[in-house]
Design a protein around this ligand. Sequence first.
Ligand code: 5GP
Ligand code: ZN
Length: 110
Amino acid sequence: MKNCLFCKIIKKEIPSEIIYEDDKIISFKDIRPKAKIHFLIVPKEHIESVSDLEEKNKDLAGELILTAKKIAEKHNLTGYKLIFNVGRRGGQLIDHIHLHLVSRDIEELP
Ligand code: 5GP
Ligand code: ZN
């Protein structure tokens, strides 16, 4: 999607600190971390928000959560929060669906 910040990050037109990537999902560090660990897990397909998810996206939605789990394991996080902000009134500022992974657990920094 043109003019979407996260689509530009996915296409590497804007730099980011990528910590995970496969054919469907990318994960990178949040530029303004709200905790010691703050990653964003983002599907490469441009879907605006959880409120735009459809039945056909259910595998992708599940993969976002499983990817978060894998990333947490890789970084030895024993506790963390997974957050979807949905819509402006839900705190969503970037209109490309993303899962926040935040943790105060600093056993091993990435
Ligand atoms: P939202 O409020 O939409 O749920 O979360 C958007 C997140 O994207 C925010 O936590 C914000 O700090 C992060 N963010 C905004 N612009 C950039 C950027 O250019 N690069 C990275 N890595 N993160 C960004
Ligand atoms: Zn996008």
